[in-house]
Write a protein that binds this ligand. Structure first.
Ligand code: OFO
Length: 174
């Protein structure tokens, strides 16, 4: 059984992962409104992954004989100034999540909770990928400036993203 402090911190992260899904669903809806279906598709796939992240925390808490405690999920914004601003916000959010995961790992080390520390390894690596994938799109948007042609091409490119694994949500993966 892990400490109360560790359990509380893991439950807080579970809430943040659910907020991440909420935020990306909100961004997906924003892109739907703009008629940018590829961007919306990318954001929906991202939101699905975030639910997978939340499930990993959920399952781990029970594997360690803990209790999941769900809190209110913060309301995400509805609008962004531009696709570029939305991706800037997504990038800032991913950097914040990386910081939270690192703090969790530091807490696990402080508590000599090596099982939780090992569990968090997957998230430490995943965050490198999460930041990089958002940054890649952000860089392209910066390059596009306001060119509708480049935006259209990028939208087409982003329409091909699907969930990484079939049955992802049931597995609580990726
Ligand atoms: Fe986007 O990685 Fe979880 O929150």
């Amino acid at each position: 059984m892990m400490s109360e402090k560790m359990l509380k911190a893991l439950n807080e992260q579970l809430n943040r992962e659910l907020y991440s899904a909420y935020l990306y669903f909100a961004m997906a809806a924003y892109f739907e409104d703009l008629g940018l279906e590829g961007f919306a598709n990318w954001m929906k796939a991202q939101a699905e992954e975030e639910i997978g992240h939340a499930l990993r925390f959920y399952n781990y808490i029970y594997d360690r004989n803990g209790r999941v405690e769900l809190e209110e999920i913060q309301k995400p914004p509805k609008e962004w100034e531009s696709p570029l601003k939305a991706f800037e916000a997504a990038y800032e959010h991913e950097k914040f999540i990386s910081k939270c995961i690192h703090e969790l790992a530091a807490l696990a080390e402080e508590e000599k909770d090596y099982s939780t520390r090992a569990f968090l390894e997957w998230f430490i690596n995943e965050q490198v990928e999460e930041e990089a994938s958002v940054k890649k799109i952000l860089d392209k948007l910066k390059f596009a400036k306001d060119s509708p042609q480049v935006l259209f091409m990028l939208d087409k490119e982003l329409s091909t993203r699907g969930p990484k694994l079939p049955g992802l949500l049931m597995q609580g993966g990726e």
